[in-house]
Design a protein around this ligand. Structure first.
Ligand code: ANZ
Ligand code: ZN
Length: 834
């Protein structure tokens, strides 16, 4: 046939791969192993183009590694717990489980249509007891190892709906449903001791040389190591001390106040007998719990009337304020304010008329300059007694030395990283396997009783956690004393589910979370691919979980993801009608220089090219495209137009170009197809392409691989029929196979190739054929080497002479003068005599 027909072909090969168990990973294989993984999707409804791009990249790599002779693990699963399912339950009255499982079925079918080389036998969904039951076991392992604890901590509270809100449910400080201003409330919650691993997680970043620098930097900043001084101010009333933490001990003579957090014990004690203090603290509790919200909130202060004495000058007193920007869970929950050199302190001091003093300057001579805004950089100490003239780091070290010598403080390391709060007051998550007993406290559910399964009969007609309202589920007997007790009704943060799914993929025993030997055979993941939106939390939590398992002796792997790649987004044009509503690109047409709405004829404004999103109506549904162009054209387009880390703009031109390329390759493979007669050096070209495509795929530079394949295709099209040409076609098909696997299989079969092309070894190249037939020509002036040229072998004397005289360095030496004589030795040298 003269056309490749994806509609007939795609499903045929997909079934064949499935039937042959082609992409099943064999843990017992003697081949070297390669684990390729894309971040598993949240089953939100349908696959979008972003998924297609992500999974195509991983698929190309997986198929390439397989052809290279690796035993490849390339699995797929579903990050299936989370809020959207509960929102759907509230809005559409469907059970979160039914909604989720239906979405999974749809999306699985969509992925299958794209022909991904996945080991579907290892598919998992985190919402099934078969997965989350093992997660409960791991939670208990960590609990027993002291890596899990419970403490009181703040949550977002919606005062109208009377429910706890997840951070994502707080929009501009208000509850997403009620619109009420969110408050902070204290609740007992479960935490994982990730801070125990802060140093390891930071140091481990140094070993991740196959991660993007920007992601490592984001993790580094998130962990946030600061070195500084912790010391005590004595209260002037003699009633104890206030301990503070500073990263700028050099500014100690610039202190103008001490500020404590609204949650600080001194603040709480004060609130107990002063209503104005209590009221102030309550005011500070308004607004959400995110760090960003606390950072940007207006600075609020309350003068306690207390005073402390300066450690380096007992006659110097500083006022103590309660300030909303001081976090209780960082450092000591108290600080000394230096308005001259800290932006928050400057804002605070300006508002409350506290003194602002310069203690750092560019040089000693600038000591008298006024400070008009916080100068946070380094310099030399001024107005600081014995520190005067010392550079910032030396001055800081000097204060730490004196504090330690005199015993009023010590040098410390602080991390910004907080312990991981994993409690969620939600239904659709992994139940935390704990039972609360009046007498025994928090008791782990006995292992034999795992999994603790979510009840099916729950209602979503009122806000709050359905598990709390369920009449029977939480009522159990204490496993330790037998008296009536209560199940924990909090469920785990879904980031816990995604912190170990890649381990479960390695082996799926029924009686434990994973098989250690098999996990160690596959891990670490060789190449992990996903969105940069997961650069911080997901990756950090997965790294922590892996290290925690290592600490308790369950897995001897340090880092879960050896290579990380973060791909760009898929974007598309946007359009808006006169009333500001969005129109899909299919609803508009060009009219001269303008755009109009096809249906109404009204003018339309073309907007920016933006990430595909439902709200902007610029989504292209992969299924429609696969129907029309076939899987390979979509896959090819996803790889071809942009470097993979950049955004890819969807366009009809692009997908049609990809579809045309598929047909071009198809035609090449047809018997007797060539009517061309060029006698090109196809062999050399072919070996170069094999090398270039391999190198590009190793570096995940898919667009470069595509460009090389276009060139080879054109070269073959021009070549006259020959054995070289026939061999080139077969090799081309192998090179194209990871990207356009259906086409490659069909054409391979057509050319009489044996077996599946997916099972063929990756073509080898001959290094000797890679070197261009180029020579290096020495360019001399008066017999001295001045420059070199690269030229094709056999270039004429005249051409060589012209090139040499045109060389920049030679032209400079000649300075316009005519050379006396030019001696040319072809393929070797040009000597210019002046
Ligand atoms: C005096 C000072 C002078 C400070 C100066 C900064 C600049 P990083 O670098 O993020 O670790 N701080 C201490 N505890 C705090 C808390 N619980 N909540 C909010 N801020 C707190 O920040 C350390 C600095 O943040 C500390 O150094 C302290 O202010 C403040 F020119 O002390 B500094
Ligand atoms: Zn008990």
């Amino acid at each position: 046939t003269d056309r490749f027909d994806p509609a007939a072909s795609d499903s045929r090969w997909q079934e064949r791969w499935e039937r042959d168990g082609c992409f099943r990973a064999d843990s017992a294989s003697a081949k070297p192993k390669s684990y390729v993984l894309e971040m598993f999707p949240y089953p939100s409804g349908r696959i979008h183009m972003g998924h297609v791009r992500n999974y195509t990249m991983g698929d190309v790599l997986a198929r390439y590694r397989r052809m290279q002779g690796f035993e490849v693990l390339h699995p797929m699963g579903w990050d299936a717990f989370g809020m959207p399912a509960e929102n759907a339950a509230m809005e559409k009255k469907v059970h979160p489980g039914a909604w989720t499982r239906e979405n999974i079925a749809t999306m699985r079918a969509q992925l299958k249509r794209l022909g991904f080389a996945l080991d579907w036998s290892r598919e998992l969904a985190t919402c099934e007891p078969d997965y989350y039951g093992h997660e409960q076991a791991l939670f208990l392992d960590l609990f027993e190892a002291g890596l899990v604890y419970r403490k009181e901590s703040e949550v977002n509270w919606d005062p109208v709906d009377m429910t706890v809100l997840a951070n994502e449910q707080v929009i501009d400080g208000r509850g997403w449903r009620s619109g009420a201003a969110v408050e902070r409330r204290k609740l007992n919650q479960w935490f994982l001791r990730i801070t125990d691993f802060a140093e390891e997680l930071l140091d481990g970043l140094g070993t991740l040389d196959q991660w993007p620098d920007k992601v490592r930097l984001m993790q580094e900043n998130w962990i946030g190591r600061s070195r500084g001084l912790q010391f005590r101010f004595a209260r002037a009333d003699g009633a104890g001390e206030i301990e503070v933490f500073t990263t700028r001990p050099d500014t100690i003579f610039g202190a103008s106040f001490v500020a404590i957090s609204p949650g600080h014990p001194i603040a709480e004690a004060l609130a107990a007998d002063r209503p104005d203090a209590a009221e102030f603290i309550a005011r500070c509790r308004q607004g959400g719990t995110t760090a960003a919200e606390i950072e940007t909130a207006e600075k609020l202060g309350f003068d306690t009337g207390l005073e402390v004495t300066h450690p380096l000058d007992p006659s110097w007193r500083l006022p103590v304020w309660i300030a909303n920007f001081v976090l209780m869970d960082y450092g000591t929950g108290a600080l000394f304010g230096v308005p001259g050199h800290d932006a928050r302190d400057f804002e605070f001091a300006t508002k409350y008329k506290l003194s602002i003093r310069r203690v750092v300057a560019a040089s000693i001579a600038d000591a008298g300059l006024a400070v008009t805004e916080a100068e946070t950089g380094a310099g030399v100490a001024v107005n600081s007694k014995f520190l005067d003239g010392m550079a910032t780091p030396a001055a800081a070290a000097e204060i730490i030395r004196r504090a330690e010598a005199a015993g009023w403080g010590r040098g410390v390391t602080q991390y910004r990283l907080r312990d991981w709060g994993v409690s969620r007051q939600r239904y659709w998550g992994t139940p935390i396997p704990i039972i609360h007993c009046q007498a025994c406290g928090a008791v782990p559910v006995p292992r034999a009783h795992l999994p603790v399964v979510l009840p099916e009969d729950v209602s979503f007609d009122v806000p709050g956690n359905p598990l709390d309202r369920h009449p029977a589920w939480s009522k159990v007997d204490c496993p330790s004393c037998g008296s009536p007790a209560r199940r924990e009704t909090d469920t785990l943060d879904t980031f816990v589910d995604s912190s170990w799914y890649f381990i479960r993929f390695s082996s799926q025993p029924g009686d434990r979370p994973f098989d250690q030997a098999e996990a160690e055979a596959w891990l670490p993941v060789g190449q992990y691919i996903g969105g940069v939106e997961h650069a911080i939390l997901h990756l950090l939590y997965a790294r922590f979980w892996t290290r925690a398992l290592q600490r308790i002796g369950r897995l001897s792997v340090q880092e879960p993801f050896k290579g990380l790649f973060t791909q760009g987004m898929v974007t598309h044009e946007t359009y808006r009608a006169g009333d500001g509503s969005w129109l899909s690109p299919g609803e508009v047409r060009r009219d001269g220089d303008d755009w109009v709405h096809i249906e109404s004829g009204h003018p339309v404004t073309a907007g920016r090219v933006e990430k595909m999103s439902k709200s902007k109506k610029n989504v292209v549904d992969p299924d429609t495209i696969v129907d029309r162009y076939g899987a390979d054209a979509v896959r090819w387009f996803m790889l071809s137009d942009s470097p993979p880390e950049r955004d890819l703009e969807w366009s009809i031109g692009g997908i049609e170009g990809a579809a045309r390329f598929v047909q071009r390759v198809w035609r090449l493979a047809q018997p007797g197809a060539s009517t061309a007669h060029e006698d090109s050096d196809l062999r050399r070209r072919l070996h170069k392409t094999v090398a270039a495509v391999g190198q590009a795929l190793d570096g995940l530079q898919f667009n470069k691989a595509v460009a090389s394949l276009y060139e080879l295709t054109s070269a073959i099209e021009k070549a006259k029929p020959s054995a070289d040409r026939a061999a080139a076609v077969q090799t081309l098909l192998k090179l194209v196979a990871p990207m356009a696997p259906h086409l490659a299989e069909e054409a391979w079969a057509q050319c009489g190739g044996s077996g599946l092309i997916a099972d063929q070894p990756w073509p080898e190249h001959d290094e000797a054929l890679l070197v261009d037939d180029q020579v290096t020509i020495a360019v001399q002036v008066n017999g001295k080497l001045r420059d070199t040229l690269t030229a094709p072998r056999g270039l004429t004397r005249e051409m060589l002479q012209a090139q040499a005289l045109g060389a920049e360095k030679v032209a400079r030496l000649l300075a316009g003068a005519e050379p006396k004589k030019v001696i040319v030795v072809p393929d070797r040298l040009v000597n210019i005599v002046l």
